[in-house]
Design a protein around this ligand. Structure first.
Ligand code: BGC
Length: 758
């Protein structure tokens, strides 16, 4: 049983079917009939996915009929994806394109195409879409209701484009802060990721994955798996992870989402322990399709079959790469520009290098998705989409932003005084682009002025709320070209402007990026921006530091100069309005960091570090300590009120694997204003046969309390959840003491019998 209680999430969960998609589809007879009548060429075409720009005439932006004749007519391609680079489509334009593709597919193949789009933090490839904060922000809310709202709304809005499939939720654990896709993840903790991604998956797909409704879509949980922990921190570079760690941290959330009904998954573009995931029979077929008896569909990431030979050097040529990938369990190849891949597949079957049974299985999985989406009956649909970006959706996205912004330091300067003379400065102060980050209108989050005029930047939102606000940027980003380039020639002007102000709101961080272009060599915040903050602080005026960034850039030299620090991360189009409400005290902060904020570029840790990462000074003449020193910890986040924890009770005191542990604690609002508190419950295995993690988050919920009010929070943890995965591929719950803690209180309970299971 999960411990989050929000009503909407609960309703979605109760309505949802409880089993994973595994051979219970009502479409098997139809699928068999289709496969029996299909030629090898038709089958191979179903396994290929092409990007839409390959099918458009670049001069007119219209579909190119001869390209379609080749793709759908000749190669029988069964799926399309993407938008045209640099342009965010309207629902009308996209509907026209998909409708034409469906007409052509039905006429040529009698099988509908399935179109997929990256909708990463809302319907972020729709010009009128409702943009939520990025996933890392939603994780900071510790409130899965927001993940469910985003899922429900993005599915509805994506359907307005005649698109029934989204490449979301992203489920890469952000455990290496250098990695440029950290913001797309739910932070560093697998339990938070499981709860949030499950809530979003159920909300996107709706109550019945066998009959995905017109207001829902199929998900593609991605990127399976451990994509977020490249050793170098650079995108699409290798990870090295022991199998037990893979199972325990990385596989579990995917398993949970598959059990929650996820219909497709997209593969990690990189490699684990020297094996590209796209060629791993173990991870693609054994762990998902076989162990979970899952009948869903596996799609590659962008051009990743090519990567097997061009980048990874594990295949001599494209055909060998196709053999490796398809035999490992790939069902659909995002090839993006090469429909001829369908021909290669046919050749490989005729050469005996890919068995026909594997092709039939892959095609069955593709067709099953199409049946589950209702595409055979209605390749296109009519529906009243008047709710797109309606006030209710905007209110949900704004509420998520309010709960996602994290107050990390406050010497009392916040809330800002009503009549304060405020200088708003920094390269992020007057930009909607930086509030959203990548995957916003366009891939890199650029080229968006036409779409964002109606939203408020931080400067605009503060101006709307306070009467005396001045804006001098000090530093600006380059609009086009390298996202890291800055113009710092205005620092002097910003410093001069500080003279006439009572408080400086310095908005610093990063410009937008996405995937590999976001790679960096140094986690420090740019020297220019740190210099700006130092120069502003030297004026003696209090500085409120607003961090608007996709990953935690190191700021150990400027943090001490700030009176307050707020990490707004990437809160989306409504993030500045949320910030103005928080800085003014109209709303209270309740976000908590879902990752560890590093203090030093070469000292990167996660909250659930091995106990050996942090050691006391040893007795005797020689010291072998190891000191962990982070800027802020996972779970840190302040409020305008305070919360006191008391009466922690953990039962039973003695337990075995089959038991359920009940944790209850009283939480009191001990301050003067109402506030919300995320109650986080951790476990620590005090002695284990492999070095234990110092603590692991096992349950959480969020409560709202009036000043002086106390609520008893009760959370349940199945004892099996306290187990660790061993080298032998089994789970182990070992005899001995466990500490259960919440809000600084802790109780020891005792496991009285060791159990192992597969
Ligand atoms: C990204 C995926 C995305 C795909 C299709 C790739 O470059 O890694 O996350 O879904 O492109 O746009």
């Amino acid at each position: 049983m999960k411990n989050y209680i929000p009503t909407l999430a609960l309703a979605v969960i109760i309505a949802a079917s409880c089993s994973s998609p595994k051979g219970n589809s009502p479409y098997e007879a139809q699928i068999k009939k289709q496969i029996d009548r299909m030629t090898l060429e038709e089958k191979a075409g179903q396994m290929v996915q092409i990007t839409i720009d390959a099918a458009l005439d670049p001069s007119t932006g219209e579909l190119n009929q001869s390209a379609l004749d080749e793709m759908i007519g000749k190669y029988k391609v069964g799926s399309f994806l993407n938008v045209v680079g640099g342009v965010c489509p309207s629902a009308e334009w996209m509907s026209g394109i998909v409708t034409a593709l469906q007409e052509k597919s039905m006429a040529e193949l009698g099988i509908p195409t399935v179109y997929g789009l990256d909708m990463i933090h809302g319907a972020t490839y729709l010009d009128q879409g409702t943009f939520f904060p990025q996933e890392v922000n939603l994780a900071a809310t510790f409130n899965p209701e927001h993940a469910a709202n985003m899922g429900r709304i993005l599915a509805y809005e994506t359907r307005s484009m005649q698109v029934p499939w989204v490449f979301s939720p992203v489920m890469d654990l952000g455990r290496n802060p250098l990695w440029p896709r950290q913001y797309e993840s739910w932070g560093e903790d697998p339990y938070v990721q499981t709860v949030m991604a499950e809530a979003e998956t159920r909300a996107i797909q709706g109550a019945d994955y066998n009959n995905v409704g017109l207001e829902n879509a199929a998900v593609s949980i991605k990127h399976y798996m451990a994509y977020g922990v490249p050793a170098t921190g650079k995108d699409r570079t290798p990870a090295y992870i022991p199998d037990y760690e893979l199972r325990e941290r990385y596989f579990r959330p995917f398993k949970a989402c598959i059990e929650a009904g996820a219909l497709t998954l997209m593969v990690n573009s990189s490699s684990i322990n020297g094996v590209p995931v796209h060629s791993s029979h173990k991870l693609l077929t054994e762990w998902t399709k076989e162990e979970l008896n899952w009948d869903g569909m596996i799609v590659t990431d962008w051009a990743d079959i090519d990567n097997l030979f061009q980048r990874d050097h594990i295949a001599a040529d494209r055909k060998e790469a196709l053999v490796l990938g398809i035999n490992a369990g790939i069902d659909m190849i995002m090839d993006p520009y090469r429909a001829e891949t369908a021909q290669d597949i046919c050749d490989l079957v005729r050469e005996g290098r890919i068995p026909m049974s594997r092709i039939d299985d892959a095609v069955a999985r593709v067709l099953r998705l199409k049946y589950r989406l209702g595409l055979f009956d209605s390749p296109t649909w009519e529906f009243d989409y008047s709710k797109v970006n309606c006030p209710e959706f905007v209110a949900q996205a704004t509420a998520a932003a309010v709960e996602s912004e994290v107050l990390l330091k406050n010497d009392g300067i916040l809330p800002l005084k009503e009549n304060a003379r405020i200088l708003v400065t920094g390269p992020n102060a007057n930009s909607i682009r930086t509030l959203n980050g990548g995957w916003s209108y366009t891939w890199q989050g650029t080229d968006n002025p036409a779409y964002v005029e109606r939203f408020n930047t931080i400067y605009e939102a503060l101006s709307a709320r306070f009467s005396n606000v001045k804006y001098v940027p000090g530093i600006t980003y380059k609009e086009y070209g390298d996202w890291q380039e800055e113009d710092a020639s205005g620092i002097g002007q910003a410093v001069a402007a500080a003279a006439g102000c009572d408080v400086i709101v310095a908005c610093v961080g990063e410009n937008t990026y996405c995937e590999t272009p976001g790679n960096i060599n140094d986690l420090s915040m740019s020297a220019n921006q740190r210099n700006l903050v130092k120069a502003l602080a030297a004026t003696g005026k209090p500085v409120v530091l607003i961090l608007n960034e996709g990953r935690p850039r190191v700021i150990n030299d400027i943090e001490p100069l700030a009176s307050a620090v707020v990490d707004i991360m990437l809160p989306g189009n409504y993030g500045a309005d949320a910030l103005a409400a928080l800085l003014s005290g109209d709303e209270n902060f309740s976000g908590k960091l879902p990752f560890t904020y590093p203090k030093w570029v070469n000292s990167l840790h996660t909250y659930d570090y091995k106990v050996t990462e942090h050691r006391e000074v040893m007795d005797g003449a020689y010291n072998y300590d190891a000191v962990m020193d982070v800027q802020w910890s996972f779970g840190d986040g302040l409020s305008y009120t305070t919360f006191a924890y008391s009466n922690l009770s953990v039962t039973p005191e003695e337990f075995t694997a089959g038991d359920e542990i009940t944790v209850s604690v009283d939480v009191t609002n001990s301050g003067d204003v109402k506030g919300k508190e995320s109650v986080l419950v951790y476990s620590s295995d005090l002695v284990a046969s492999i070095i234990p993690d110092v603590r692991r988050l096992r349950a959480f919920t969020k409560v709202e309390l009036a000043p002086g009010e106390t609520k008893t929070v009760t959370l349940k943890i199945p004892a099996r959840e306290l187990a660790f995965a061993g080298d032998d591929g089994k789970w182990h719950l070992e005899e001995g003491e466990f500490r259960i803690s919440a809000g600084g209180l802790g109780e020891i309970i005792n496991c009285t019998a060791t159990s192992d299971w597969k």
